[in-house]
Design a protein around this ligand. Structure first.
Ligand SMILES: Nc1ncnc2c1ncn2[C@@H]1O[C@H](COP(=O)(O)OP(=O)(O)OP(=O)(O)O)[C@@H](O)[C@H]1O
Ligand SMILES: [Mg+2]
Length: 220
């Protein structure tokens, strides 16, 4: 069963002389339970594609189906709810809320959805991510890697069917990188979560079931 279907997706930023075609008529599909890596040069359109698959931005043309929902047919409010329930996004630049501490950032998607975090679950995630001692710290009191791990916790806490990860190990040393990829692999296997992960690291890409290469906004 396909969980993601991307059809003829294009995204153009700017107008006239500053116009950039970041995605050029991209079509692809992802099976439920697949672990896919997206690779490509800087500026090739990887983050743009991931943001569109996650419904955090709207395309210039084309569509994205997630579990048979045509997500851009939803209005902004419905799309936000859909995203919160179905998708976990790990952003390249973390997008943590500066006034919330580590545990508040991680539990935010549950809070927004009026869901309760099970006893011990937050502790488990903090432990898994090596953030137990930093749980009360604000983002500006954390290293880049700790902020990255916080954003991973926030994407995992809802146990979403689909996890979209933009360079989830971009700011981590090789030991922590391997641990994060192992963690994603485990979520993939144990909870049958579908994972789409952007990476510049070919060793990490090799852990995936399939590698998609993007070049100048197109799939190679
Ligand atoms: N908000 C924006 N406004 C204008 N142009 C943008 C915007 N976001 C991205 N772009 C342009 O779209 C193209 C694709 O950007 P994107 O962020 O998707 O690349 P990427 O493959 O994720 O690169 P990187 O590996 O450096 O993160 C780039 O040429 C970029 O300059
Ligand atoms: Mg990017």
């Amino acid at each position: 069963m396909k969980i993601v279907k991307v059809e003829n997706l294009s995204k153009v930023y700017g107008k006239g002389s500053t116009e950039v075609k970041a995605l050029d008529n991209v079509s692809l599909s992802i099976e439920k339970g697949e672990f896919v890596a997206i690779v490509g040069a800087s500026g090739s359109g990887k983050s743009t594609l991931l943001h569109l698959m996650g419904g955090v931005d709207r395309p210039t043309s084309g569509r994205v189906m997630i579990n048979d929902t045509d997500i851009f047919q939803l209005n902004n409010d419905k799309l936000a709810i859909f995203r919160r329930r179905q998708i976990g996004i790990i952003y390249q630049f973390y997008n943590l809320l500066p006034t919330l501490n580590v545990e508040e950032n991680i539990t935010l998607p549950m809070e927004l959805d009026g869901r309760k975090v099970e006893d011990g679950e937050l502790d488990d995630i903090l432990k898994l991510l090596g953030l137990t001692k930093r749980r009360k710290h604000l983002p500006n009191e954390l290293s880049g890697g700790q902020q990255q791990r916080t954003s991973i916790g926030r994407a995992l806490i809802t146990r979403p069917a689909l996890i979209l990860a933009d360079e989830p190990t971009g700011n981590l040393d090789s030991k922590s990188s391997n641990e994060i990829v192992e963690l994603l692999r485990k979520s993939n296997r144990e909870y049958n979560q579908t994972i789409v992960m952007i990476t510049h690291n070919l060793e990490i890409a090799k852990c995936a079931d399939r590698i998609i290469t993007i070049e100048d906004g197109r799939i190679k």
